[in-house]
Ligand binder design. Structure first.
Ligand code: FES
Length: 96
């Protein structure tokens, strides 16, 4: 995916090999997480992103978009992946 296709304040789900990845553009920085809520595995790209929090629509769990840390509840975390934006504007995600 190109950075031009993921504007600030947007998130999108992409498939990389067999992994569903959530890309989030937070103030120009792209973060990558597993596109799977740690509660009951709901896809997060169909949730909401208010610029700070990613909100799962299933039961409204909330996560910090910059770290993936749980906000409500706090004892959970999104699985994060390293990612970068190359000089050609392509968002690259490193899967384990
Ligand atoms: S599945 Fe996400 S909050 Fe329950």
């Amino acid at each position: 995916m190109l950075l031009d296709d993921l504007w600030e304040g947007e998130m999108a789900g992409v498939r990389i090999d067999t992994t569903s990845v959530l890309l989030v553009n937070v103030d120009g920085d792209v973060h990558a997480y597993e596109n799977r809520c740690p509660h009951q595995a709901w896809a997060l790209d169909v949730g909401e992103f208010d610029g700070d929090r990613i909100i799962c629509t299933r039961h409204l769990w909330e996560f910090d978009s910059r770290s993936g840390a749980g906000i409500s509840p706090a004892d959970c975390r999104l699985k994060s992946f390293r990612c970068r934006v190359d000089s050609d504007g392509v968002i690259r995600v490193v899967l384990p």
